[in-house]
Design a protein around this ligand. Structure first.
Ligand SMILES: Cc1cc2nc3c(=O)[nH]c(=O)nc-3n(C[C@H](O)[C@H](O)[C@H](O)COP(=O)(O)OP(=O)(O)OC[C@H]3O[C@@H](n4cnc5c(N)ncnc54)[C@H](O)[C@@H]3O)c2cc1C
Length: 408
């Protein structure tokens, strides 16, 4: 069977990896390289993700794939510490003692917070899909806990969309992420960066399939012979883009999945600016929601310099002058002089992930729809959070479905 796969991000790569050996597969990617949101820069002799990435201990499908590709020995487990930036001060918040010392919440607030974290694991998130996270927290824990704890988290994940996010999303996330150790969370990283995974997939796919770089797909047109894509004919296709992104007959009337963009500035630096903390949520207003110090997670000696990401999300158009605003704010806030900055790069992805609004769960599409297949960040395995593991599961599942239904 001739199959086209649209999008050379992780979902498309995994689908091609599975389908390539048994079918004629063409993988279309609009950029000049593969990886999508998992793309990396090659800079100063090392690979660095355009957007900060780590994996979690429960990412079993991702680990199985790494094993199949014989790169599982590159996986390492490192400590990911967190903190809050509030009133121009960095507060570490990884260990129980640090949390106890956090002055922005009273002891009673902290106990109520701990209680809801414990309860989250037993709550039925489905009941909370129509309630916003904001209303839910305001009602159950009050304004203080919302402003001092949850709002900065929501800002770092959703920016200006924070008030649209559902309580179902929040509770599911809290339940997944509350298994922390005494000094932080164990997070996974690949030696050589996640480019190691993209490279391994690319070389394996290249043995069976055609990778078409710089080849954007705008429409998938059906005719009596099959699906026509950029002048070529296929029996079927998999789109890893949000369903409305491609002109697919009949899809215009289907409900749209709300998406947000990400703008992320990576900076090579002379020194650490976040007191050894990996993930710093900004409670003070700033043109970024989090400062992610990569080299407070992966040892700095691998790079020979400190690396920091400034993370922000936006909806609609990229905010004007975002790069200048981010950089100037960062330098003045953390007292960084021009001579301490080795380099900086801004990565922008307009389709960086769904916004998990109220009612989102009803929008999740089936893999098979309108005579085609759709799998990606919007698919069920990526709820409540799109992730590398979710991309691997979606790629695996859509390929298996195609084999079952069409691959005779
Ligand atoms: C800021 C950020 C941080 C993240 N951090 C983590 C993390 O720490 N841990 C984790 O597990 N996950 C993380 N993720 C999520 C993870 O990167 C994604 O879930 C995963 O990479 C999605 O893969 P995908 O293939 O579904 O989508 P994408 O990566 O978006 O791939 C889609 C591909 O389609 C291509 N394309 C678009 N339009 C066309 C067209 N018309 N024709 C052809 N090709 C087209 C794009 O260029 C892209 O390569 C993060 C994502 C972002 C944005």
């Amino acid at each position: 069977m001739k199959i086209c796969i649209v999008g050379g991000g992780l979902t498309g790569l995994v689908a091609a990896f599975r389908l390539g050996p048994g079918h004629e597969v063409d993988l279309y990617e609009k950029r000049d390289h593969l990886g999508g949101c998992l793309s990396s820069y090659h800079i100063n002799g090392y690979w660095l993700e355009e957007f900060y990435h780590h994996c979690f201990s429960g990412d079993s499908d991702l680990f199985s794939l790494m094993k199949e590709l014989s790169i599982d020995d590159c996986l390492e487990w490192l400590n990911g510490t967190t903190g809050y930036y509030s009133n121009n001060t960095i507060y570490p918040l990884s260990s129980p003692l640090e949390i106890l010392k956090y002055p922005e919440l009273s002891l009673a607030d902290k106990m109520r917070l701990a209680l809801i974290v414990m309860k989250a694991k037993r709550m039925d998130a489905g009941d909370l899909d129509q309630v916003t996270a904001r209303d839910f927290i305001l009602e159950s824990l009050g304004e203080k806990i919302y402003r001092s704890f949850f709002e900065p988290l929501l800002v770092s994940k959703f920016g200006e969309n924070r008030d649209r996010v559902s309580a179902a999303w929040l509770i599911s996330r809290v339940a997944i992420r509350s298994n922390r150790g005494l000094s932080g969370e164990r997070l996974g990283y690949l030696r050589g960066g996640f480019q190691t995974l993209v490279n391994a997939l690319e070389s394996s796919i290249g043995k069976h399939s055609v990778v078409r770089l710089n080849d954007p797909v705008e429409t998938l047109e059906k005719d009596m012979h099959g699906w026509r894509v950029n002048g070529r004919l296929y029996d079927t296709g998999v789109s890893t883009l949000p369903p409305h992104q491609l002109g697919v007959p009949g899809l215009a009337a289907a409900p749209r999945i709300p998406y947000q963009g990400a703008a992320c500035m990576a900076i090579g630096l002379e020194r650490d600016i976040s007191d050894g903390i990996y993930w710093l949520n900004m409670k003070d207003p700033a043109p970024y929601g989090a400062v992610v110090s990569h080299t407070n997670f992966v040892p700095k000696d691998r790079y020979g310099e400190h690396i920091v990401y400034l993370a922000s999300y936006f909806s609609g158009k990229l905010p004007p002058h975002i790069d200048t605003r981010m950089f100037e704010d960062f330098c003045s806030r953390f007292d960084v002089s021009g001579s301490e900055v080795h380099w900086k790069r801004l990565a922008v992805e307009p389709l960086a992930g769904p916004v998990y609004t109220t009612g989102y769960r009803d929008l999740i599409p089936e893999y098979a729809s309108h005579g085609l297949y759709f799998a990606g960040m919007f698919s069920a395995p990526n709820y409540p959070e799109r992730s590398m593991n979710g991309a691997v599961v979606a790629g695996n599942e859509v390929a298996a479905l195609i084999e079952r239904t069409e691959g005779r």
